[in-house]
Write a protein that binds this ligand. Structure first.
Ligand SMILES: Nc1nc2c(ncn2[C@@H]2O[C@H](COP(=O)(O)OP(=O)(O)OP(=O)(O)O)[C@@H](O)[C@H]2O)c(=O)[nH]1
Ligand SMILES: [Mg+2]
Ligand SMILES: [Zn+2]
Length: 326
């Protein structure tokens, strides 16, 4: 059929029924929705759309499946959002009660980090890992910019990779710049919906460009004086890739965790989960309690000291945050 005739028929068809699709971009109150037929529509929320609770800053996130009504001006009004299979959420700002859903319905979280600039701390990585565990989202840890590593950094990188691998996480060391290691990432991401998250400037957009040069995403500079990124990507966007989707997101400074309590925190550390049934007290928080199997495993070198130090710091932060907000 002639393509224009098809478009005409298709448009008529849309007027008479609700259309469904995938939210591929979310900017303020506009959402770009990709339909199965490949058409893309800019949509807003219907005025009477009921927000789910009042805690979420964004009622619709990239990765949501939505149903919308087409308007005569060619835009859509979202009337319904399907239940989410999962999502990843963080605090909108440090002490805020509001939360921000970064993306919904994802198969894998790629935590993009680097030991080059801006260097990622293990504290930041662990906060993301804990959140992913809590939401049952598999993780792949990606260290970018390995082209900038000297012998010393290579040794640090090897140490970190082995710590995270033994905790159960796949680790890929690569360079978006030279392409080294990129092929090792492909098996984890192909055919899946993959969220890339990390600090501004670690090279998330550069990595997506390296995976698919036709994306031509804007890549920023690292500030000379602070060695930090400049928040080049300003909204989350989904790009079809190899039978799945890649989600580029704006860099985050700190990852504010949402709705955790100290009692359950160790359950989100795979290496702690394995030993904690042996703690003397079932409500052990693995800090000062006697007969703690987690502390014993740290002393024996089975659990990494830095992972444990980050655990203590996260536990303390959860307690402080819960006090401040209550
Ligand atoms: N040397 C080197 N530089 C890289 C690599 N990957 C990215 N960069 C550089 O790092 C800077 C930031 O890259 P972006 O891709 O914009 O970083 P981003 O994580 O998307 O940053 P935001 O969009 O701000 O969150 C750019 O100057 C890139 O050229 C790499 O593998 N090696
Ligand atoms: Mg970017
Ligand atoms: Zn314990």
């Amino acid at each position: 059929m002639n393509i224009w005739l098809f478009r005409l028929h298709f448009s008529f068809f849309l007027y008479f029924c609700k259309v469904n699709g995938l939210v591929i971009r979310a900017t303020g109150s506009w959402y770009r929705v990709l339909c199965e037929e490949g058409e893309v529509f800019d949509c807003r929320l219907r005025g009477n759309y009921r927000l789910r609770g009042n805690k979420q800053t964004n009622p619709v996130a990239v990765g949501d499946r939505v149903h919308f009504e087409l308007q005569t001006d060619g835009t859509g009004l979202i009337a319904e959002v399907d239940d989410r299979r999962n999502y990843i959420v963080r605090r909108a700002t440090k002490l805020s009660k509001q939360t921000h859903v970064i993306a919904a319905n994802i198969d894998l979280l790629c935590v993009v980090a680097t030991l080059g600039a801006p260097r990622t701390s293990t504290g930041f990585i662990d906060r993301l890992l804990v959140t992913a565990e809590a939401y049952h989202i598999p993780v792949c840890l990606v260290f970018n910019k390995c082209d900038l590593y000297d012998d010393e950094l290579n040794a640090v990188q090897d140490g970190l990779a082995s710590i995270y691998r033994s905790a159960g996480y796949p680790v890929v060391v690569l360079s978006a710049f030279t392409g080294e290691g990129i092929d090792k990432l492909r098996p984890y991401i192909e055919g899946r919906t993959v969220l890339f998250s990390g600090h501004s400037g670690v090279g998330k957009s550069a990595l997506l460009n390296a995976l698919d040069p036709s994306l031509q995403l804007r890549v920023g500079e690292i500030s000379d004086w602070s060695l930090k990124g400049r928040h080049t990507t300003t909204y989350a966007e989904i790009h079809p890739f190899a039978g799945g989707y890649l989600i580029d997101t704006p860099g985050i400074k700190e990852f504010g965790m949402v709705d955790f309590n100290v009692q359950e925190l160790s359950h989100f550390y795979p290496e702690m989960r394995a030993v904690l049934p042996r703690c003397r007290f079932t409500n052990c928080t693995h800090r000062h309690e006697p007969g703690c199997a987690v502390k014993a495993a740290v002393d024996d070198g089975i659990i990494d000291q830095e992972r444990y130090a980050n655990y203590l710091s996260i536990a303390e932060q959860i307690e402080n945050d819960n006090e401040t907000r209550s």
